[in-house]
Design a binder for this molecule. Structure first.
Ligand SMILES: Cc1cc2nc3c(=O)[nH]c(=O)nc-3n(C[C@H](O)[C@H](O)[C@H](O)COP(=O)(O)O)c2cc1C
Length: 191
């Protein structure tokens, strides 16, 4: 059974991206994955600074987040698009996770892992451009990103009063993304 870590590049209350991530998580669970959902708000870490890293080591919460990534087989990541790319919050967490403490293997959080990526925006492109940047980043550090990705446009029109996705077609698409990521991860585990 693949173990997936699900996280979002937004810590905004009522985040659109958290809403779509939650649906993909359901799809992954229905396909047999064991999913851990975390918020980057619980792993607040300083902006990466190589001098501070050399002097003080990897901060506790950055190390904890990296260890979570290491202990999972793959990731479900939803990210807002900020100025056509990923938010600093997400990039900073991914940068810290790429750092090895003394004695740790390089890129342990990434190599051999699988990811499913998605974005949501009230705009007409749904954050499509952040997925290009995020896919490139993840592939470059050794993560296989499923070709099925979803950019949910005009997401503000697809929510119920609790801020949950309430549109049949969108739910189906996001669940499929979660299920597809689970299947890819399982097939890699099976060798
Ligand atoms: C700094 C900044 C830049 C943004 N740039 C874009 C953009 O390039 N494309 C887009 O669709 N939305 C953009 N937005 C709007 C976000 O899509 C919107 O804030 C969205 O709610 C963020 O996702 P969340 O609801 O998960 O927090 C931007 C927002 C901020 C704060």
């Amino acid at each position: 059974m693949p173990k997936l870590l699900a996280f979002c590049g937004s810590t905004r209350r009522q985040s659109f991206n958290q809403a779509i991530l939650n649906v993909a998580v359901q799809g992954a669970e229905e396909a047999g994955a064991q999913v851990t959902v975390v918020s980057l708000a619980d792993y607040a870490m300083p902006i990466f600074n190589q001098d501070e890293e050399a002097e003080q080591g990897i901060p506790e919460r950055a190390q904890a987040f990296k260890e979570l990534m290491v202990s999972h087989d793959g990731f479900l990541i939803a990210s807002p698009e900020y100025n056509s790319s990923y938010p600093a919050l997400l990039k900073n967490a991914l940068d810290w996770a790429s750092r090895a403490a003394e004695g740790e293997p390089m890129m342990q959080a990434y190599r051999g892992k699988t990811a499913g990526i998605m974005a949501a925006s009230a705009g007409g492109l749904g954050g499509l451009r952040v997925l290009v940047a995020l896919r490139m980043l993840l592939e470059n550090v050794g993560v296989l990103v499923h070709p099925n990705q979803k950019a949910i446009a005009k997401v503000d029109t697809l929510l119920n009063e609790r801020g949950e996705i309430d549109n049949e077609k969108t739910i189906k698409q996001l669940k499929k993304l979660g299920a597809d990521t689970t299947k890819l991860c399982a097939s890699i585990q099976a060798g």
